[in-house]
Write a protein that binds this ligand. Structure first.
Ligand code: GTP
Ligand code: MG
Length: 457
């Protein structure tokens, strides 16, 4: 409709940065949720998506009205993508960066640039994604006086000059690192040209200070410089599979980010699959309630159609063989089907996992984490014989038994965030096959490496 065409779609905002620098806590602050505190090992291990509607953005930025004339929000909201900062998850950071219109780079102001901060900037640079920097954890600056949920401009006035001096020093260091990577930046209130300089906003995800400016700047950037890109499109949906999951009552489902067009119940879709592209029909579309994180919530609403940008859980037959990171396309015209299948096939070949003859058996909850685990093991020169999503089965144990005959150290199973079926456990005990099991990915690897080192002694 005409009204739709005038509308802007939600920009996709990826939140990137080093582990523990406060990405999930920042989103929790904005949404009024407590996702970070419930994560195993206090780290993010899957990509998340959540919609923040414009009325929430208006509420958070409300205190700014005292300071500056705020612009009217034309955007329906912002779709935030949370990404893991742990080094193992390069694949998921790239995936988050790939779909982003805009990004927030979160940097702990006390720690400054760390390895995954550089990596994140590299991803944004390659993809030409405009970003702003949240210099987080200002409340940890010695002597800082917190002013909860206030604009940072107000909070800064209430600090000792020495505290501000310390803060600015840390910001200069961030500016220096960005300069080395080819970016001109400055503290947001000193910026003259937002198209050329990157804004650094001091914030605290814990106290909420600076979050009003951060959101206002994000929305402003999107409205001023990306309008062309954010025009609402009426065509068939395009998206990316973030995770593949078993959901009780639904069977296999995919969590997707739809970045373009519309998807409807009953639509024919093509999704990248393990062996070949999957052609199936959408049985149900489930969206998380606004402000709910797709990877954390159980509260979904079934809808008839969804338009970009959105995080959507798709229920359809045959999705158990879908590949995280693969594209998903709605097929509007029958005659396009073969062409789209070819396209999907080409794109999927890039994310598939190759295996070795002798190596460990890896099981994980999703293809995203499986891929991260395998890539990490490879970087440590540990071969992988089999990598699959799902619980540990008797067949997995039999594979490990076969490996153990030739290579004792690799005749094991690494299981991330999945169950071990009873008959598998029984056989493993009988045959002396070690199963490493953990819901924190780096602890799983640590346990295995410790065991490996003991074996070598
Ligand atoms: P990964 O997803 O694993 O990369 O971490 P993250 O960047 O999402 O960090 P997370 O939000 O989980 O926060 C890590 C720790 O820092 C938690 O203990 C938070 O409570 C704490 N934290 C985050 N932001 C702030 C802040 O502004 N101030 C203080 N004092 N602590 C913070
Ligand atoms: Mg996190």
């Amino acid at each position: 409709s005409e009204e739709r065409q005038r509308r802007l779609r939600q920009p996709i905002v990826a939140v990137l940065g080093h582990v523990d620098h406060g990405k999930t806590t920042l989103l929790d602050k904005i949404r009024g949720t407590t996702v970070a505190a419930k994560e195993p090992g206090q780290i993010t291990q899957h990509v998340g998506a959540s919609l923040v509607p414009s009325n929430v953005i208006e509420k958070v930025t409300e205190p700014l009205k005292k300071l500056i004339p705020t612009v009217k929000l034309e955007l329906p909201g912002l779709l935030f993508i949370d990404t893991p900062g742990h080094e193992i998850f390069t694949n998921l950071r790239k995936r988050g960066g790939a779909v982003a219109d805009l990004a927030i780079l979160v940097v702990d102001i006390m720690e400054g640039f760390q390895p995954q901060t550089y990596e994140a900037v590299e991803i944004l640079k390659q993809r030409k994604v405009p970003f702003i920097v949240a210099a987080n954890k200002v409340d940890r600056i010695p002597g800082w006086r917190p002013n909860p949920d206030q604009p940072i401009l107000i909070s800064m006035r209430k600090q000792d000059p020495s505290v501000i001096e310390f803060m600015d020093n840390q910001i200069y260091k961030i500016m220096g690192e960005l300069a080395k990577m080819g970016f001109d930046s400055d503290r947001f209130d000193r910026i003259k040209n937002y198209t050329r300089q990157i804004a650094i906003v001091p914030i605290s995800a814990k106290t909420g200070e600076g979050v009003p400016e951060l959101l206002a700047l994000l929305a402003g950037l999107a409205q001023r410089f990306m309008k062309g890109k954010l025009k609402y499109v009426e065509g068939p949906a395009k998206g990316v599979v973030m995770e593949v999951k078993e959901e009780p009552g639904y069977g296999s489902t995919i969590d997707t980010i739809i970045y373009d067009g519309i998807i409807k119940q009953g639509d024919t879709i093509v999704v990248g699959g393990i062996e070949e592209p999957i052609v199936t029909k959408v049985r149900a579309l489930l969206i998380p309630e606004p402000l709910q994180e797709i990877r954390a919530t159980k509260r979904f609403r079934a809808v008839d159609e969804v338009s970009a940008a959105a995080g959507v859980k798709i229920v359809a037959p045959g999705l158990d063989k879908a590949v995280a990171g693969a594209p998903i396309y709605v097929v509007e015209r029958e005659e396009d089907l073969e062409k789209i299948k070819e396209q999907v096939k080409k794109e999927v070949e890039e994310v598939l996992i190759e295996t070795d003859a002798e190596g460990v058996i890896v099981k994980a909850d999703t293809l995203g984490t499986l891929e991260a685990l395998v890539q990490f093991l490879r970087s440590r020169n540990i071969p992988v014989r089999m990598a699959r999503v799902g619980p540990v089965t008797k067949r997995d144990v039999m594979e490990a038994i076969a490996v153990k005959r030739h290579k004792k150290e690799y005749g094991v199973i690494l299981a991330f965030n999945v169950k071990v079926l009873p008959e598998a456990k029984e056989l493993a005990e009988k045959e002396g096959i070690k199963i490493f099991q953990h819901n924190v990915i780096y602890k799983l690897i640590e346990d295995f490496e410790e065991w490996l080192n003991k074996l070598k002694e």
